[in-house]
Design a protein around this ligand. Structure first.
Ligand SMILES: *[C@@H]1O[C@H](CO)[C@@H](O)[C@H](O)[C@H]1NC(C)=O
Ligand SMILES: *[C@@H]1O[C@H](CO)[C@@H](O)[C@H](O)[C@H]1NC(C)=O
Length: 557
């Protein structure tokens, strides 16, 4: 019975990713020997990258917590803040947020007034970074960062109805942002608000906190389902939430594990990604399949044990579940190495990079050991036996409070790690202020496709015809079957969770060679509905033979 369902699941997944897997089968031979490359971009950006977001101007915004005390960078005198944690100190000129420009590695210090510790965020549909909650004086604050050459954070002190510490965010089809949960907060709310808005209860968050001391269900994993409802995963269970009518539509099976005791959310921090959604023009009637992947985490009592000095191995398991299936079932897989606090980053190809974290222990102050230095590639379109590839190791441990983010050029930016109560450079795992870039195996030096023109150029509407003109330098010819176009939503990453991360494989249009020049044109369609692609900014990539172009920003509305 179970086997039957698995086969069915596999078929469904294979079918939904036909174009992707075609490309992979051809690129596998070229890439198995090259395992990617690390590069140190900056020894110190002055702060530790606990939270990270990418803006449509290609700048990266990083922040940690104002209550960390002195950082390694200061703001100009006029921008010093009153330190709400220690008001008697008369203020602090140490920055706890910076803007980083990956193109020239410039760092610009920013001012945060209230504590952003363990908070959440999302890029709004009009391209403003919206950050929510935090600690103490910051726990109900909503902060806005509007990209421009000289802006800074703008804070709205009463922006949230209740305090949100360890909550998660997702952009919705109507452009609002939903903020879910937080420590001892079993509810959700929206931004922006209507004047009469109240809190919406979500008992599921209380039900999945099996232990009051170690909740193991904070920073719940949120994924927007193709039908517009919200998939919410906490600890080892998941629901589909109709957030408009505050109704749980379905309850998914509990995620299995060998011992039945593994938790996947903070502090037993695993990670999760919505696998690529393949679009077609039939989507008005038939919704595409959506598959959620959850990887890593650790035993539910790992935190208790680590506090007593016993650092037990993290989980090796991943589970994937088709959330659009009539009878969804978890299909379990095993990573090459154990991992807690790993980030899962969707690459432009549709594969998933599992990076950062530790092999033993758990999330929290100084409770992890044995950094998981090797990223692992999860080749989405391959069969379960050959899906995982172990990649080149970094030599910088990235434990608690580390982050990763896809850049427009296809590299992955990696930063942070601070398992210490303050900035502390004399511990076994010192506070990390550096940023590195990881080149995934597709950046092995071979020539990459180059987008030369897009129509529409920067703004598109749902269902609109879309043409992407590209060159494929160094290639005699391009096989249209091995070309696809993906659209990636920039995420807000913290605590191993890339919130709002989403990758769409655009309707497989035809690829033709242009008469003049060595250019090709992909003719396809923009996503059909905002439930499939919430309004906002995305990066568009052309992928040829498994190698992505540089991404081009486009806004859909
Ligand atoms: C602090 O910043 C200075 C100069 O920007 C740099 O030389 C130093 O290495 C940094 N300290 C750490 C611990 O990264
Ligand atoms: C750094 O951590 C060590 C080990 O936990 C501790 O003894 C020391 O006091 C810490 N230093 C600071 C400045 O917090």
């Amino acid at each position: 019975m179970a086997a039957k369902t698995c086969v069915f699941l596999l078929i469904a997944i294979t079918t939904c990713l036909t174009t992707v897997s075609q490309a992979h089968s051809t690129s596998s031979i070229e890439t198995t020997t090259y395992q990617g490359k690390w590069k140190l971009l900056k020894r110190s950006i002055g702060v530790s990258a606990m939270h990270m977001a990418l803006l449509p101007n290609d700048k990266i915004i990083v922040f940690d917590r104002t209550s960390f005390g002195p950082s390694n960078i200061t703001v100009p005198q006029s921008k010093c803040r009153i330190d709400s944690a220690t008001p008697s100190s008369g203020g602090s000129c140490f920055a706890h947020s910076v803007e980083f420009d990956p193109s020239n590695r410039a760092v610009r210090p920013l001012t945060i007034l209230t504590d952003t510790w363990c908070s959440s965020g999302a890029l709004s549909s009009d391209g403003v970074l919206v950050q929510t909650g935090g600690f103490q004086a910051g726990e109900r604050v909503v902060r806005y960062f509007k990209p421009c050459s000289d802006c800074d954070w703008v804070e709205n002190p009463g922006g949230l109805i209740t305090s949100r510490w360890y909550a998660s965010n997702q952009v919705l089809p109507d452009g609002r942002i939903i903020v879910v949960g937080g420590r001892l907060e079993f509810s959700y709310e929206f931004i922006p608000k209507t004047t009469s808005e109240k809190l919406h209860e979500l008992p599921f968050l209380e039900e999945t906190s099996y232990s009051a001391k170690v909740p193991n269900n904070l920073y719940p994993f949120l994924h927007l389902s193709p039908d517009g409802n919200l998939f919410v995963f906490a600890n080892d269970r998941a629901i589909l939430l109709d957030y408009v009518n505050n109704r749980v539509i379905r309850r998914f099976p509990t995620m299995p594990d060998g011992n039945g005791v593994v938790s996947r959310n903070y502090p037993s921090t695993g990670s999760s990604a919505l696998l690529p959604i393949t679009l077609s023009q039939n989507d008005g009637n038939v919704l595409p399949n959506a598959v959620v992947l959850v990887c890593g985490g650790t035993a539910s009592d790992s935190n208790v044990k680590a506090s007593a000095g016993e650092y037990i191995p993290a989980a090796k398991t991943c589970g994937r579940i088709s959330i659009t299936d009539e009878k969804p079932k978890w299909e379990m897989e095993e990573m090459p190495i154990e991992r807690v606090m790993g980030d899962m980053i969707l690459l432009p190809t549709g594969d998933v990079l599992i990076i950062n974290g530790a092999r033993r222990g758990t999330a929290g102050w100084d409770v992890a050991r044995e950094p998981a230095l090797n990223p692992v590639l999860y080749r989405t379109g391959r069969d379960a036996k050959t899906r995982f590839e172990t990649l080149s190791p970094s030599n910088i441990p990235r434990l608690y409070h580390s982050t990763a983010h896809l850049l427009a050029d296809g590299r992955v930016l990696v930063g942070g790690s601070n398992p210490n109560r303050n900035y502390n450079f004399s511990t076994v795992f010192p506070t990390e202020l550096s940023l590195e870039a990881f080149d995934p195996p597709y950046l092995d030096g071979q020539s990459r496709p180059l987008i030369t023109k897009m129509k529409p150029e920067t703004e598109m509407r749902y269902k609109q015809r879309l043409s992407v003109r590209f060159r494929s330098e160094g290639k005699e010819s391009v096989n249209g079957d091995r070309v696809y176009v993906t659209m990636v939503a920039p995420s807000f990453t913290t605590h191993s969770l890339a919130m709002n991360q989403r990758l769409l494989v655009l309707d497989a249009g035809k690829v033709v060679r242009r008469e003049e020049g060595d250019e090709y044109v992909f003719d396809g369609y923009a996503p059909p509905t905002p439930a499939l692609a919430p309004p906002g900014y995305y990066l568009i990539f052309v992928v040829v033979d498994g190698v992505p172009s540089r991404g081009m920003w486009v806004r859909i509305k």
